[in-house]
Design a protein around this ligand. Sequence first.
Ligand SMILES: Cc1cc2nc3c(=O)[nH]c(=O)nc-3n(C[C@H](O)[C@H](O)[C@H](O)COP(=O)(O)O)c2cc1C
Length: 369
Amino acid sequence: MEFNTPLCRNLRMSRPIFGFAHSIDVTAALTNAGGMGIYGAARDAPDAIPEKLRTIRAQVGDKPFGVDIMLPKGMPAGKTLDDLRAELPGPHRQFVAELRDKYGVPEPAGESFFNSMMRSDAFFEAQLDAVLSTDVDFVAFGTGFTPDRVKRVKDAGKPVGALIGLPKHARAALDCGIEVIVAQGTEAGGHTGEVSTLTLIPQIVEMANDVPVVAAGGIGHGSQIAASLAMGAQAVWLGTIWLTTQEHALAEGKVAKLLAAQSSDTVITRASSGKPQRQLRSRWSEEWSAPEAPAPLKMPYQHALVGDLITAVEEADITPLLTEPAGQGVVWCRQVESVAEVVTRLCGETNQALDAMAGMLDRRAPAVL
Ligand SMILES: Cc1cc2nc3c(=O)[nH]c(=O)nc-3n(C[C@H](O)[C@H](O)[C@H](O)COP(=O)(O)O)c2cc1C
């Protein structure tokens, strides 16, 4: 038995599942499995984006896929990464040097987003221009929507969504003309807020009126999809669950940690980016929360401070410090599977949950005490 919603029909999805990933292959596989793959382009140089989206298009044909970009508030204007590095406080640099020595981390051999790029208005505008030059079907703002940017996406003929974690952010998104609100609870992997998915969704559904709401944060089991639909969401948006799929092909060390993790093995820390991010607990988050550790700097200074170290930890596979943004739903990353297998499991569980609910409830009978 299949199920979909008005939002699915509008966006030409046969299943109410959006899948976010910084992976071309996961994005394409999700779309091919009947949901909508959302390619996370936030870490890509603007000139790399069109080619990546063309690669996805080649894999999905005319089936719909989306892209997500983000610009956090408060990025300093007119500064380069080197400018930021020159301003880093001595004690912070010292702490990072000590971590490097303690764990035997070598110098980074290459460049990654973390040690070669910097978020700024100009970088983000160039990413948006690059996205709008393509035939991508749907554009989502992780953060950074403004009335002007939303209008540009609409003028390009693309439906536009935004991620929010609080009612006041949803209000701002609705006022800007956002057409799909992705309400993300604190359980989510990546940058996240403090309100739980179960508490957030009904509030946002109520205020969004006719604008469709999509539920995100901690979802990895079909019963949660049934619950999200029951709360009025028209689809779900999952990130963590794809990290252990075959298509994602993350480094073995990370996959092993993800497969072993329970919900309580994730933690919110500012240590990686400067903004609160839920990630796998590791020596990285523990070192930065030790009493003698300096408080992480604000974004993008923390990013400038730790970019080389993070890059080298990944390159050299320094297991104790290895981490990955991951949500509490990591407990459902149980084995390496294909994206299609995960989607089939989720849909089967959703159907079971809907049937079980219908079978369990006797809505005609008077209460028997
Ligand atoms: C590894 C990872 C990276 C993420 N990066 C971004 C990002 O660049 N932009 C964004 O809007 N959301 C990002 N997110 C959040 C997802 O879009 C999504 O809202 C979240 O993963 C949903 O919760 P879940 O992780 O519990 O499934 C990221 C999530 C993960 C797990």
